[in-house]
Design a protein around this ligand. Structure first.
Ligand code: PRP
Length: 220
């Protein structure tokens, strides 16, 4: 019996590479030179899979609208976008964290300090929970620039290696949440293609679990 194509919305770049590696380990044949080039749609006919390469922040949008059955999105993106999708598996890749950062030794003083971020929803909710009144300023990238030139007192951003903060003389002030990439599924696709999607989720969860136990063996 011929099976339906399964369509994936994927972030371009490193997360795509890591997710493709997991799929290969899970037994889906994806060619090695897969993400080479600038094509935005790549197919793996032997695996019945088609991949759309999107901006990370847009992945949940493609999945919510059902043009992609499955997506890979960071927890940060899911928290910010709050789309109507099922989050079915923590892929445990691309680990980093969301943090508040700013110039070190800067005293809190101003009423409603300015917070620059590409995560306005996360920042608004976080400071509301902290009971602190702030003014959130939305930027698209290079967030670390804002406190250096006085656009904002603090930032809310992703910290991975910590290199960007360090090289710009900024300090992490508070950790908001840990972030990894998640597998998300369109609710209608999950009903219509349940057998195929379940199999992908099952096979990937075995690989993720194996990776986790190997990691625990190494770290004790
Ligand atoms: C991300 C993030 C930080 C940086 C953190 O930016 O927004 O700026 O990476 O990584 P690090 O802790 O390893 O230095 P990205 O490179 O995605 O670019 P952007 O500034 O355009 O968002």
């Amino acid at each position: 019996m011929s099976e339906d194509w399964i369509t994936f919305a994927m972030p371009k770049g490193r997360i795509f590479e890591e997710a493709a590696h997991l799929l290969r380990q899970a037994g889906y044949p994806l060619q090695e030179d897969f993400s080479a080039g600038r094509k935005l749609i790549v197919e793996a006919p032997e695996a019945n899979m088609k991949f759309f390469l999107a901006k990370p922040m847009d992945v949940p949008t493609y999945v919510e609208h059902g043009v992609a059955d499955i997506g890979v999105a960071g927890k940060d993106v899911l928290m910010e976008e709050r789309r109507d999708v099922y989050e079915v598996l923590d892929l445990a890749i691309s680990a980093c964290h969301l943090a508040v950062a700013g110039l070190p030794h800067r005293r809190k003083g101003r009423i409603a300090p300015k917070i620059a971020t590409k995560y306005p929803n996360i920042a608004t909710q976080y400071f509301k929970e902290q009971g602190e009144q702030v003014e959130v300023i939305r930027l698209s990238g290079s967030i670390e620039l804002a406190p250096l030139i006085g656009l904002a007192e603090r930032i809310v951003d992703i910290v991975s290696t910590g290199k960007t903060l360090k090289e710009n003389g900024l300090a992490e002030l508070e950790t908001i949440d840990h972030v990894t990439s998640r597998l998300i599924v369109n609710p209608v696709s999950y009903r219509m293609k349940d057998r195929q999607i379940d199999e992908i989720v099952q096979r990937l969860s075995v690989i993720v679990e194996e990776g986790r136990s190997r990691h625990e063996d190494h770290t004790g």
